[in-house]
Design a protein around this ligand. Structure first.
Ligand SMILES: CC(C)(COP(=O)(O)OP(=O)(O)OC[C@H]1O[C@@H](n2cnc3c(N)ncnc32)[C@H](O)[C@@H]1OP(=O)(O)O)[C@@H](O)C(=O)NCCC(=O)NCCS
Length: 218
């Protein structure tokens, strides 16, 4: 029989508590947290915390889920393991209340929170994060390490580039292309394509300024 691996949650902030509860919901056994930023720790659960990568005795003994909300940081944290382990070590976390079309494609390490909806032929890349109540319509492509805020709505045939964040409650109308490293502000209504490295918000959404994936706006 295949040995069930225990989960290590990468991160130690509020998001780590949310992901811990999701793992519990899915009956996954969480062994502990990997949190290298001890000064920002908000953990509410009494489990072991590894402060460095070196403290993990054998990395192949665990599966890894990331609980880091900032897209580029999530990418970097997962990369440290992904370059040494197969995709089997990065489970998808899908809340049981999410409604998922059987024709959608969900890559390893994607996280889908409660009451969200993923329609026909849509795809979620590696390390993507779909927050509670988000609606993703048909034929949407959400590229690696991008994220969708709570209650955001993405219409059909929209493509979203890597490391892009769709803000809480934002709406994107159909067939628009949102390039990589974009931030769509909370509540925005996106009616035009958005170029890479842009911050946009408002209704209709307007270009505000250029941003870098390293900027910590979210
Ligand atoms: C857009 C955002 C990233 C901040 O950008 P910012 O340029 O640093 O914004 P600031 O806070 O400095 O505000 C600058 C101005 O923009 C306005 N503003 C900020 N966000 C806005 C938004 N989403 N829509 C409309 N106006 C906005 C502010 O009111 C402020 O206006 P003022 O100059 O008239 O006072 C942030 O407001 C936002 O929308 N974040 C998304 C949050 C989210 O998705 N959370 C869920 C995480 S899972």
């Amino acid at each position: 029989m295949k040995k069930v691996k225990k989960i290590l949650i990468i991160g130690g902030s509020f998001q780590a508590n949310v992901v811990y509860e999701l793992c519990n919901h899915l009956n996954l056994t969480v062994e502990g947290f990997l949190d290298i930023k001890s000064n920002q720790r908000s953990l509410k659960f009494d489990l072991p915390v590894f402060n460095t990568f070196e403290q993990i005795d054998a990395i192949e003994n665990y599966n890894y889920v990331s609980a880091i909300g900032h897209n580029f940081t999530r990418k970097c944290s997962l990369h440290k393991f992904r370059c040494r382990l197969s995709d089997d070590h990065f489970p998808r976390l899908i809340h049981p209340s999410a409604v998922i079309s059987p024709s959608s494609k969900i890559s390893p390490s994607a996280t889908i929170m409660a009451n969200s909806y993923l329609d026909q032929n849509s795809s979620l890349g590696f390390g993507t994060l779909v927050n509670a109540g988000a609606i993703i319509s048909h034929d949407v492509v959400l590229s690696d390490f991008s994220s969708v805020g709570p209650g955001a709505k993405i219409a059909g045939n929209v493509s979203i580039g890597r490391n892009t964040h769709i803000g809480i409650g934002a709406t994107i109308i159909e067939e628009r292309k949102i390039e990589k490293n974009v931030i769509i502000g909370a509540g925005a209504t996106v009616v035009k394509d958005v170029e890479r490295n842009s911050l946009v918000y408002g209704t209709p959404a307007k270009f505000i300024r250029s941003v870098s994936p390293l900027d910590k706006l979210i």
